[in-house]
Ligand binder design. Structure first.
Ligand code: HEC
Length: 120
């Protein structure tokens, strides 16, 4: 009986974590999909800008990075829905962005990587 209660509790917690995205799984997604261009160290510019503290920030506001005119003109704020839309399809969300990435089609992977970004 006790074991049953523990098992149900685990499923409930896993369900909640999944709905909000799993930052640990997101770290792995970030490593395989984003880290070749983006650093999580503040101010560290690679092919793309640093993504430290990106969630909630206005787009194209990171110092020291030469953003595309398109991203600057888009006047977006990286809240969760905007980030999700951009990561699913960067070029159609911000036509003219210079982020050379086709998009992350898996909604679970997007939620996970967004949770990871939000945890940094
Ligand atoms: C091949 C390189 C590359 C990959 C891979 C890549 N990006 Fe980017 N990213 C860029 C570039 C370049 C920009 C700048 C875009 C611009 O100025 O239009 C950018 C911009 C961004 C921005 C806007 C930053 C800001 O300060 O407004 C976010 C958010 C972002 N990328 C997230 C991601 C995430 C998350 C992933 C992985 C799922 C990813 N990118 C994969 C190159 C990349």
């Amino acid at each position: 009986m006790k074991l049953f209660v523990v098992a149900v509790g685990f499923v409930a917690v896993a369900g909640v974590a999944h709905a909000a995205g799993d930052a640990t799984a997101g770290a792995a997604v970030f490593q395989s999909q984003c880290a070749m261009c983006h650093s999580m160290t503040p101010g560290a510019v690679g092919i793309g800008p640093s993504l430290a503290g990106i969630v909630g920030k206005p787009a194209a506001s990171g110092g020291g990075y030469d953003y595309s005119p398109a991203l600057k003109a888009a006047k977006l704020t990286w809240d969760a829905p905007t980030l999700d839309k951009f990561l699913a399809a960067p070029q159609s969300t911000v036509p003219g962005t210079k982020m050379p990435y086709m998009g992350l089609t898996d909604a679970t992977q997007r939620a996970d990587v967004e949770a990871y970004l939000g945890s940094k």
